[in-house]
Design a protein around this ligand. Structure first.
Ligand SMILES: [Zn+2]
Length: 223
């Protein structure tokens, strides 16, 4: 019986190369070795578009978003393999030194409700929730996505911040919590930073002192 449960919880194949495997991890040892990590010591390069004001005080990311990590995200987001979140969390804790931060709240980039219903869960919210439990920091859903926008991946880099502007706001009932606090804002992938920057702008407008971003992936693309 226990074996059956384990089989349900853990994949029998590597989510990157697809080969059979017997251990409990979502990627095989070989694929795990070949993943590329972002260098968090470079810190403040919070966005790629220099015409855009920066509202993120410090960014953090785990993996360079390459074709291997893309496969892992496919299993996580499109195939609904939620246990990939635990692998991501493990890697987040290995790569990022949270003792550097004084964080009052963890939050995340919301999906529009129609998209959340379609996918069944918010991939960033799940990571934020698990991270909050480990760091003992309250995870709060502060942001609401007002309108459906084109997926950022379908918009030119130059137009992404325009696409993001005005699409998020703060839940009025929670706005009073935001004065002079520091927030760790979680999203899945940092591309131009337009979405995270827009969310950070809204937080700052509502009195937040610091916004630190955390993404699992970051692209190597330059504008
Ligand atoms: Zn593999």
């Amino acid at each position: 019986m226990l074996k059956t449960i384990e089989r349900l919880l853990f994949p029998e194949f590597c989510y990157i190369c697809g080969r059979d495997k017997t251990d409990d991890f979502v990627v095989c040892g070989e694929c795990g070795q070949n993943l590329h990590y972002f260098d968090n010591s470079i810190g403040m390069s919070a966005h790629r578009d220099e015409s855009m004001p920066v509202f993120i005080d410090r960014m953090n990311a785990v993996f360079i978003y390459d074709k291997h990590i893309r496969k892992l995200f496919y299993q996580y987001k499109s195939m609904g393999k939620k246990h990939v979140a635990d692998y991501f969390l493990d890697q987040i804790l290995k790569q990022i030194d949270f003792s550097l931060y004084d964080i009052d709240f963890i939050s995340f980039v919301p999906l529009h409700w129609t998209k959340k219903i379609k996918r069944g869960f918010n991939q960033s919210q799940l990571i934020a929730k698990k991270l909050g439990l480990i760091l003992n920091v309250e995870n709060v859903n502060f942001l609401i996505k007002n309108r459906t926008t084109k997926a950022q991946k379908d918009v030119n880099f130059a137009d992404r911040h325009i696409n993001a502007i005005g699409s998020y706001s703060i839940f009025r009932s929670k706005a009073h919590l935001l004065k002079d606090v520091s927030i760790l804002l979680v999203d899945d992938v940092f591309t131009t930073g337009a979405t995270l920057n827009e969310c950070a702008r809204i937080f700052k407008k509502n009195g937040v002192k610091n916004v630190f971003s955390l993404t699992v992936g970051i692209t190597n693309d330059k504008k």
